[in-house]
Design a binder for this molecule. Sequence first.
Ligand code: ZN
Length: 422
Amino acid sequence: MVRKWAFRAVLGYLLLGLLLYVYLFFLADSTLPDAYKGSSADPAMFMNEREIMLSEEFSKIKNLLFFLSTPYEWLFYFLILILGVSRGFERWARSTTKNGFLQTGIFLFWLSLASFIAIFPLQFISYKISKTYHISTQTFPMWMKDELTDFWVNYLIMFIIISVLYGLMKRFKNRWWLAAWALSVPFTIFMMFIQPVVIDPLYNDFYPLKDQALEQKILTLADKAQIPADHVFEVNMSEKTNSLNAYVNGVGSNSRIVLWDTTLDKLTDKEILFVMAHEMAHYVEKHIYIGIGIYLVLSFFGLFLASKLMRGIVANYKDSIKVSSVSSLSSLPLFLLITSMLMFTVSPFSNWISRYQETRADRYAIELTEDKQAAITSFQKLSKVGLSQVNPPLLVKVFRYGHPTMMERLNMLEKYEQEKKE
Ligand SMILES: [Zn+2]
């Protein structure tokens, strides 16, 4: 019985992988519609033939890896349940100590290690491909160091969450999800608060802008947008990647705008100011807080659904998945499987919200800088340096794109001027 289910799951995964491969490499259309030929969104206007070919290739491989990795995670959790591995880890933890916290720590360590090893090949392939296409500049030891930092950071955060979550499951048989959600509100805000000052510096170095002349220009812009100026940081990313980026994160006194040093190196001052104005829009329009709000609403329903599903699945299939009760540690892979599936299901919605905010930020930026030329060339450089598709296939956009496609972003800039003339 177990063998049959394990076999079916693996076969199902391989079939899905094949379908995805055929879709992404042969069926999906990422060519530019005729209406955009010759416009600023036409890759032929800012890339040579070889660059266009490489960006198509690189994007297709990255898209395939993206769509393969989430179901791969599900397959891992499913197998670890039905093969009794999760139950084995729990017995191991119980036989080692009587202390509940230590048991959670031991169980979680083995589960995290197993999942790290299982997912490692995909991570490594992804790194190797970025390296082959000259996006990543990290040496293997540097990359591995980040992977291990990831492992321990996730382990610690998971340890806190799981200790509390399984404590609540034991205490409140049916309403644990509500108690867990209530506690997740301050926890989420606290994590957002410490992210830029405690977690991010574990991976990279952050410092105030080095270029004084540029800083002066940014301060003038920040003044125009009424943003306190001490919230702008530069991060040393050039030792890891060639691609460009900037972002806003943190809450309250720790909220900040961060520019990758690659962005500062490869863009002109005017282009940087446009990118900066875009990030300022996120800051001014409080997109982080709106994001936290939406996340908390979604997690309320998500936890409710997860509790119902867990109860139902454990009640009906406890022998197949080898989990004695919802509150026993061995049910953790089931909880992670369900939450991962729910998150994947709502990702088209959360991406859509994000794309809406990004469109607003683009509009704000062009209105603040009124520099269409710099806006266009900054977007073109962004896609060229990152080898990204200007017009990705529909499924890729729906599941993967938190930003509008470059075709949409550049088209907005073109239209903006027309609207202004009217
Ligand atoms: Zn943005």
